[in-house]
Design a protein around this ligand. Sequence first.
Ligand SMILES: [Zn+2]
Length: 73
Amino acid sequence: MDKFDRAQCTDELLREAALAQQSARYNAPGAEFEHCQECGESIPRRRREAIRNCSTCADCQLLIEEKQKHYRR
Ligand SMILES: [Zn+2]
């Protein structure tokens, strides 16, 4: 392993740690979700700003609403 490989490795570890920290924060109850809790896609900032505690992308939200409609019948 040369110097460059090691540097990249450390970089990746740091990034993973940062991501874990971030997801712990965003998955806390009542927190804003940066990624869809259904499919894992990132939720556009505009959508997150428009909808409080929005936890899914538009596509999944639509699916959830369709399902709820179905169950309500
Ligand atoms: Zn989704």
